[in-house]
Design a protein. Structure first.
Length: 214
């Protein structure tokens, strides 16, 4: 009760003083409407939760590019040589078919057998021989091209025999040549020409019935 009485007296005195004053008391600071927070009492800025950004992230496009490995595989030039040809250029193809593959250049037409060259080869490497009756009858490997069994220029006689147990080497000692037919080669076989060190000097795919040379 004592506290209530004292509070009431204080309020009464305050009203009495206000009522007796003709001029409103000047108060320091900027006037503001009742109920409007001043700059000192402005509401604090609220940061968005960390998950808000994640929720508004744009989904990736429905169509995406294929993995790099697949793209590399479809665009790169294969080094695998055989058993029927190289990169779509096959034994038995006509000149028109060979040109359509985009794998030959420098075609030179003659009355008999003609020659062209594999697209990436230089100098005398990568020779392609065309028969007027049999189509392509020989394709010469170059560089790091190799058979599916891993045989390439520089491979030894021993390595070739290990890769091709059916190797026909009857004329190896006399002429330095040997031949091997593999499954799925059709009318083609491998022709290996060895140097004096018994290493492959020339590697060919050759038609079984080639009619352009010995």
């Amino acid at each position: 009760m004592r506290r209530t009485v004292v509070l009431g007296i204080a309020v009464a005195l305050s009203l009495a003083v206000t009522g007796c004053s003709e001029t409103p008391e000047k108060v320091d600071g900027t006037a503001a409407p009742v109920g409007t927070p001043t700059s000192a009492s402005a509401a604090p800025t609220v940061s968005l939760p960390a998950t808000a950004t994640t929720q508004t992230t744009t989904e990736p496009p429905a169509t995406t590019t294929e993995p790099t490995a697949v793209t590399t595989a479809t665009t790169s030039t294969s080094l695998v040589f055989g058993p029927v040809g190289w990169n779509g250029l096959n034994i038995g193809m006509t000149v028109a078919q060979a040109k359509a593959t985009g794998q030959i250049k420098n075609y030179k037409a003659t009355e008999g057998c003609a020659q062209s060259q594999l697209k990436g080869a230089t100098g005398d490497d990568g020779t392609v021989i065309h028969s007027p009756t049999l189509g392509i009858i020989a394709i010469q490997a170059y560089g790091k091209m190799h058979t599916p069994e891993g045989i390439a220029i520089g491979s030894t006689v021993k390595q070739v025999k290990a890769a091709y147990p059916n190797l026909d080497d009857d004329i190896l000692a006399e002429f330095g040549r040997a031949f091997a037919t593999v499954s799925g080669s059709g009318d083609a076989h491998y022709r290996f020409e060895f140097n004096s060190s018994n290493k492959i000097e020339n590697l060919w795919l050759e038609h079984e019935s080639q009619n352009c040379y010995e």
